[in-house]
Ligand binder design. Structure first.
Ligand code: KG4
Ligand code: ZN
Length: 366
């Protein structure tokens, strides 16, 4: 595989969910990363009345905001289109209307400015994002916990991924979001649950341990969701304190589930370098992070957690994944990328043989 030793500047575009994001990133010849600009437009308000992301609203707002967001990212980087070596855009998986807006815009920029185009898998963006700000040499174990995905992936190298586990129903973030909705806490659910849980008792409810007797490291959140609903419905008029207790007990059970399955994956990776990278919005959760930290300490693994702004969806991770591919000589001919259609589903790694099909709002069930 060819490898570039010169600096490469890439514009990244991310539109796979409700965040409209663009960023300019420089990959230095020695593999270092400089994020020159990082613009993101998020407006949960537009979706709030519906209790979740509405694909049609998201696609329309990408159309309205993407050009301005790209312009801001270019301006903030202090560079011009002429200084950019390539454009990278999320081509899936995700809400297809939004992906279409980002990918089509990227195609137009590349045609107008004669630049290479990289169609990036959003999951690869998350998988490589820690390498922008942390020392995270290949290989490592990745725990990706977002609103659309919950996966344990062995990242052997660039483009070389092996899936060890996935959710068989909801994604972790989706479980936080649905629980918040059920408890009337509003959206985005994860931060609302975390805030409500601060004043709650995590030991009031003994919520189930999903898949406790099942081998492997798949995840499941639907049983937890049912248990939360039953707890909430067991009271005629739950008080603020009751809601805080349910939120805290749910958060504890969800974090324990994530930590226990990750521990199994660590055992499967025996003999490999002991590095765990976390990515995705749920990695922002303090209880999740501290449980993963305890396991890593006990098993003598390094826990690599990038700053939260790079854990959640962002344009920099897409630019960076594009830059890593470009540096490795993996940019396909422009005609090939121009012919690419956006993909609602695009697994990063094939499921292990005999594994169940995973879910999540951007997963195969979507
Ligand atoms: O990675 P991300 O920004 O977007 C997706 O690709 O889905 O993740 C968003 C998800 C949402 O489900 C949100 O509720 C969850 O991450 N999240 C959290 C927290 N902050 C965001 N979940 C638990 N605790 C948090 N503090
Ligand atoms: Zn994401």
């Amino acid at each position: 595989m060819a490898s570039s030793h010169k600096d490469l500047v890439v514009l990244g575009i991310e539109t796979s969910c409700d965040d409209t994001a663009a960023s300019v990133v420089r990959r230095e010849g020695d593999g270092g990363c400089r994020i020159l600009s990082d613009e993101v437009w998020t407006d949960h308000g537009d979706h709030a009345a519906f209790g979740g992301v509405v694909p049609e609203i998201a696609a329309r707002s990408h159309v309205e905001r993407l050009d301005v967001t790209i312009e801001k990212a270019i301006r903030a980087s202090g560079l011009s289109f002429d200084d950019i070596d390539a454009v990278a855009a999320t081509a899936g998986p995700g809400l297809v209307g939004g992906v279409m807006v980002g990918l089509t815009t990227a195609k137009a920029i590349c045609l107008a400015h004669s630049k290479p185009l990289l169609a990036v898998n959003h999951l690869e963006g998350h998988a490589l994002s820690a390498r922008m700000t942390e020392v995270a040499a290949f290989p490592y174990l990745l725990l990706l916990i977002s609103g659309g995905h919950t996966q344990l992936i062995w990242v052997a190298g660039l483009g070389d991924y092996r899936r060890l586990g996935t959710t068989i129903d909801d994604a972790a973030g989706e479980a936080f979001d649905k629980t918040a909705k059920l408890l009337g806490l509003g959206q985005p659910g994860g931060p609302r649950i975390e805030a409500a849980a601060v004043k709650g008792r995590a030991d009031r409810y003994d919520f189930p341990k999903p898949l406790a007797r099942r081998a492997g490291c798949d995840f499941s959140f639907s049983g937890l969701k049912t248990a939360v609903r039953e707890a909430a419905q067991s009271m005629a008029a739950p008080s603020q304190a009751d809601i805080a207790d349910i939120a805290a007990s749910f958060q504890f059970a969800a974090a324990r589930h994530l930590a226990q399955r990750t521990e199994r994956a660590m055992e499967m990776a025996e003999g490999e370098p002991r590095r765990l990278v976390v990515a995705g919005g749920v990695a922002a959760n303090g209880v999740v992070k501290s449980m993963l930290g305890s396991i890593c300490e006990r098993k003598d693994w390094a826990l690599i957690a990038p700053p939260i702004k790079y854990c959640t969806d962002n344009g920099a991770m897409i630019a960076w994944a594009g830059a890593e591919r470009l540096a490795a000589g993996m940019a396909p001919p422009i005609a090939e990328v121009l012919a690419l259609a956006p993909r609602a589903r695009w697994p990063l790694a094939p499921p292990p043989e005999g594994a169940e099909i995973g879910g999540g709002r951007k997963g195969p069930k979507a």
